[in-house]
Design a protein around this ligand. Structure first.
Ligand SMILES: *Cc1c(COP(=O)(O)O)cnc(C)c1O
Length: 359
């Protein structure tokens, strides 16, 4: 098939140029006559790779010098546990703003380690609290956690919660590098790589320096931000190939206009798809307009059988992985950074055809 587009929610598609470069370099990386995955992570060339990756990621996301960037394992879920182990040791209490599956799952895991209070900030896909002002209560907590993009329901929170001087923590697994943010507003940002950064197996944690060094003493070394920070995220053997692929993605993004240009493309892609959904009375998207995700677009025909038919025929037409998450049903088109606008156009053309045939 000539035109296949992969709408998988994660692991998700990667930039073709990056995969081609990795392919070219696979057997002979840096003139070593060996691949990058066969060299020492402490060797000169690999250390140069991670130094450059740090620099490129900093440049892309405008990360100030007083933040460390850790490249860890264990996925976002590992961080669900690492956060309370590292941060919840002064007041012993954390506030979790919940808006769907991932933020709730993060709260549940944190409860294994600390007292957690939860506030549901969404109702029917809409922001409950409007301006997200928690500045008067946030001081009672070691940190406030939220998830700016709920991958399963396709709900994105564009306003950053106001937590005053408290520490704000964000799970950006499915929207990191998708649009510009002000890193200074956050204490910790973390993301599994497999949606917008690279392959599965590596997790990026951006952590403000003053938050490092307060881990409870029984924290395993691999989860301890101080230990990992002091050992270049290499207290154990890191996932070197995944790190390498992320470094190529960073270079690719820098070469294609950085996050500003990417955000513009992402807004265009999402606007196209939502505009089509809004004019159709065959498909519905149930998320409030202000909270529609730029990355994960959910839709349904309202009929389970018709949804299944849609997914089967779309797959046959080269539009892959459109089945919605099992907790929600329906369809989901994940249109991360690597999805070209042509993929969205092909999806809309298919949706039009399917609508005409099945109305
Ligand atoms: C995918 C996802 C996770 C889980 O990531 P793992 O790396 O598999 O642990 C957590 N949070 C969000 C927002 C996600 O999209």
């Amino acid at each position: 098939m000539s035109n296949v587009f992969n709408f998988s929610a994660g692991p998700a598609m990667m930039p073709k140029a990056v995969l081609e470069q990795a392919q070219r370099e696979l057997l002979n990386w840096q003139e070593q006559q060996t691949s990058v995955m066969e060299v020492s992570h402490r060797g000169k060339l690999f250390m140069e790779l991670i130094t450059q990756a740090d620099k490129d990621f900093r440049e892309l996301y405008h990360i100030p010098d007083n933040y460390k960037i850790l490249f860890l394992q264990g996925g976002a879920r590992g961080q669900f546990a690492a956060l309370p182990m590292n941060l919840a040791n002064n007041k012993g209490k954390a506030l979790y703003l919940t808006s769907g599956h991932w933020s709730s799952t993060a709260a549940k895991e944190a409860r294994l380690f600390t007292d957690v209070e939860e506030v549901n900030i969404l109702k029917d896909g809409k922001l409950e609290t409007g301006n997200l002002d928690f500045s008067d209560v946030a001081e009672q907590y070691d940190y406030v956690h939220y998830c700016p993009n709920e991958t399963i329901s396709g709900v994105e929170i564009f306003d950053v919660p106001n937590v005053g001087d408290a520490v704000l923590v964000a799970d950006m697994s499915s929207n990191i590098l998708s649009r510009e943010i002000d890193v200074n507003q956050f204490g910790v940002i973390y993301a599994g790589a497999q949606k917008n950064l690279g392959p599965a197996g590596i997790t990026i944690v951006i952590v403000r320096e003053d938050l490092i060094g307060n881990a409870r003493k029984e924290t395993p070394s691999i989860w301890n931000y101080e230990v990992q920070s002091k050992s270049d995220s290499m207290i154990n053997t890191p996932p070197t190939f995944a790190w390498y692929l992320c470094s190529l993605v960073f270079k690719h993004l820098l070469a294609t206009g950085g996050v500003t240009a990417m955000a513009k493309r992402n807004r265009e892609k999402a606007a196209l798809l939502y505009a089509y959904l809004d004019q159709s009375d065959f498909y519905q998207n149930n998320v409030a307009k202000n909270n529609r995700s730029l990355m994960n677009v959910t839709f349904t025909t309202g009929d389970d059988e018709l949804n299944a038919k849609f997914v089967a025929e779309a797959t046959a037409a080269g539009l892959q992985a459109l089945k919605g998450h099992k907790v929600l049903g329906g369809m989901r088109a994940s249109i991360y950074n690597a999805m070209p606008i042509e993929g969205v156009q092909a999806l809309i053309a298919f949706m039009q055809k399917f609508e005409a045939e099945n109305k």
